[in-house]
Ligand binder design. Sequence first.
Ligand SMILES: [Zn+2]
Ligand SMILES: [Zn+2]
Length: 477
Amino acid sequence: MSSCAVCPRVAPDEAYACATCVRQLRHWLSDLPHQMSHLRAALAPEGRPQQGRVGGSATAPLPVNLSVLNLLGPGWPLPPADPYGDATGPVPIGPLLAGWAGYIAYAHPAVYRDGHGTQRIVPCSGAHSRHGTSVAGWCHWLTAYLPYAATRPWIRDLHRQIADLMSRVYDLTHAEPQRHPQAAPCPACAAFALVAVDGQWGVDCGACGHHLEPEQYTAHAQTLIAAHPAPGDTQMTTDKTTARRAAVQRLTQQDPTRSARSIAADLGISKDTVRRDLAHLTATETPAAPEPEPPAEPPAAPGTAAHARAAVRQLAQAVAEVENARPAHVSTTDEEANHWAAQLRQHTETLRHERQLLADHYPGALIAGATVSHRRTQDTPPAPPVSPQDSIALLTTANPQLAADLDTLTRCGRPTTSAIAHAVSFMARAYRNGWNAGLVPTHLEPLIDVYKIVPYTAPADRKSTGSPAPTTPKTGR
Ligand SMILES: [Zn+2]
Ligand SMILES: [Zn+2]
């Protein structure tokens, strides 16, 4: 990347002109043939008196507009030597274009094989236009060689001379393409500098040179309108960045798996901008809504590996985003930093607990040597005699619903074997109650449709009564 030889913008690698300047040149070369008919029409001098002679000039006025004649006439690509300083006027259109074509052809390397079969690289002998040597023909030829010209330092002179020529032509024809400033700000630099020019494809930013295809600009404008429901709202003009971030957030929420590249394409902005906005959104949302929580939450539709897989993938994205945002390296208040630290600690503990559960269900998942402490080891009763973990793993692998239910039962910190014993004992007691009370014949399975859950009491109250936390639901009819 280097700066453009024509304007202050950045030019692509191995090019001396930025995309905007090349687009401008291409537009001029496509417009110039159309200007020729206007120029010929402008040959008649302007402001000629209807009849008679005005003033005391000794000779009749010339019947043509000399400025136009200068441009249309024959000439030489380079201004002639002017020892007396009396040469005036620009280089005519035809010679200027043909001269540039000849220059480019001479600079452009040609490869050929000589009579002995040796490959040789020599300058081209000259420019040959398949579309004739008219202005249109040379414009066509020059347009085709613009990509090559952009890689040469003299693109600056070509741009300056064509710009100079076009300004003279537009002065005489009064047929300059109209510029239409656009209402929406530039999605790349947020400047209100987007302009559509008659005859030019798409919309360009006058500030940063960002180019939008027509459909990209339409999508961009629609997103802005959606982000600002009241068109008369002054917010529209006050906060472009907020609008862009809102658009990025909306698209991300619609489809969390979308890539930054795809969002960038939709909004007509760079993917780096999307990444920055995502990092910003993640950073600002953390205090309000604990984003990484969902993976640790019970699955909405539990029991499928796909659900767990998606949750773990989402977690990976969230962790990567936190890492990218580098919360430790940004400047913020102590209060917010403490809040972030507390959040990170809480999520770390939740994840450690989940990992322990995973190790309980899949003994192979516990990496040898890694010590994982139970969140509530002190609170849980001693584990019953060790049961074969492998058979539990086998059972849960074959039955995702069982795996999800076991996951629920162990979420409070109970080891898997204890959770199974707890659940079986609970159901067995309910069966016995039903049979013993004569509610259900002993050979029938009791139908249990009512649970009684003892309300949770705070630890302080629990201490005064000395009873353990009542977490066991009771059944009853
Ligand atoms: Zn430029
Ligand atoms: Zn811009």
